[in-house]
Ligand binder design. Structure first.
Ligand code: FAD
Length: 311
């Protein structure tokens, strides 16, 4: 068994493991995809001390940093069940999709989050046939074409700005009466010649022909009028869902949004089990926040281990 087992290999998990390994604890990381959301991110300009980097490069840097220590990294490992220790100081168990069970005296859960689905007809049917979630991955596939971005928060507006440079035309659709993105991003978007912004717009259907997206239906929430927009791609950017389905039966406290409830030290309601990053109730889902929270969870695990007798 490990002294510390980290589930999730994004910025939060990597930071946590570096901290506990540096305390001399045997540390493991089990992750479905090391790097997490960084793999889907292009430019990163808000990591203090690093004026510019790119997601895959930061993921590789984190992997290299983790590799400086004796951290047992288990990649392509999906956790499917948590069985907490029955006594304080006891071993927690995490069952993986491949049937293996990992054990550890303390756990740091940092399984992050993923993009939310629209849930309208056509979305699932045309996924990867015009319906996309990762502009950095799929943007180039729509070079010169007409696309829509659903969602007027920071991620939607960023995606629209990014895509407008590659594609022919972007329609940005926001459900609310106004965009919610930072003003600087909105100004940038408005300055782009090939962008139309639709507010109070509810996407009701994504349509297709010959197995490919050919349009979508947007209802004006004020007038009730429906409009068909002809296009070849739809990027859905309407928020993140925490990756906590596997914790549903564990006894771990989750918020109404499914996030792991943590206190200011990263503790959950279960002794020896900590949470960090986008998967928790901590606000502001950002890389630097995830790294900070991972470091805190690592130090809290250290604190727990030195004060608790193994049973
Ligand atoms: P994640 O990065 O989501 O990592 C979660 C980890 O857990 C992954 O390794 C995943 O494979 C693993 N995992 C999930 N479920 C399981 C399971 N059941 N079992 C095992 N492993 C599992 N933030 C910024 O600060 N600046 C930016 O410019 C920026 N741009 C972004 C652009 C995009 C397109 C996206 C998607 C995000 C962006 N973010 C940005 C947000 C940032 O990427 C996240 O806040 C950050 O990655 C969160 O880190 P995390 O470690 O909590 O979770």
């Amino acid at each position: 068994p490990f002294e510390v087992l980290v589930i999730g290999g994004g910025p939060a998990g990597a930071a946590a493991a570096i901290y506990t390994a540096r305390k001399g604890f045997s540390t493991g990381i089990a992750a479905e995809r090391f790097g997490g959301q960084l793999n889907d991110t292009l430019g990163i300009e808000n990591l203090p001390g690093t004026p510019y980097t790119e997601g895959p490069k930061l993921a590789a840097d984190l992997q290299r940093h983790v590799g400086e220590y004796e951290i047992d990294t288990i990649n392509l490992a999906r956790a499917v069940e948590l069985v907490p220790a029955t006594k304080e100081g006891g071993l927690h168990q995490v069952r993986l999709a491949n049937g293996a069970t990992l054990k550890a005296r303390s756990l740091i859960l940092s399984t992050g989050a993923r993009w939310r689905n629209l849930g309208v007809p056509g979305e699932a049917e045309y996924r990867n046939k015009g319906v996309a979630y990762c502009p950095h991955c799929d943007g180039p596939l729509f070079k010169g074409k007409r696309i829509a971005v659903i969602g007027g928060g920071n991620s939607g507006v960023e995606a629209a700005i990014d895509l407008a440079k590659i594609v022919g035309h972007v329609t940005l659709v926001e459900f609310d009466e106004k965009l919610r993105a930072d003003e600087v991003l909105q100004a940038k978007l408005r300055s782009m010649p090939n962008v139309e912004i639709v507010t109070s717009g509810q996407t009701t259907e994504i349509t297709g022909n010959n197995g490919k997206v050919d349009g979508m239906i947007v209802k004006n929430r004020k007038s009730g009028e429906e409009r068909r927009i002809e296009l070849e791609g739809v990027f859905v950017q309407i928020g993140l869902v925490p990756n906590t389905e596997w914790l549903a039966e564990s006894g771990l406290e989750l918020s109404k949004h499914g996030e792991i409830v943590t206190d200011e030290e990263g503790r959950t309601n279960l002794p020896g089990i900590f949470g960090a990053g986008d998967v928790t109730t901590v606000p502001y889902k950002q890389i630097v926040v995830a790294m900070g929270e991972g470091s805190k969870a690592g130090l809290s695990a250290f604190d727990y281990l030195i004060r608790t007798e193994p049973v």
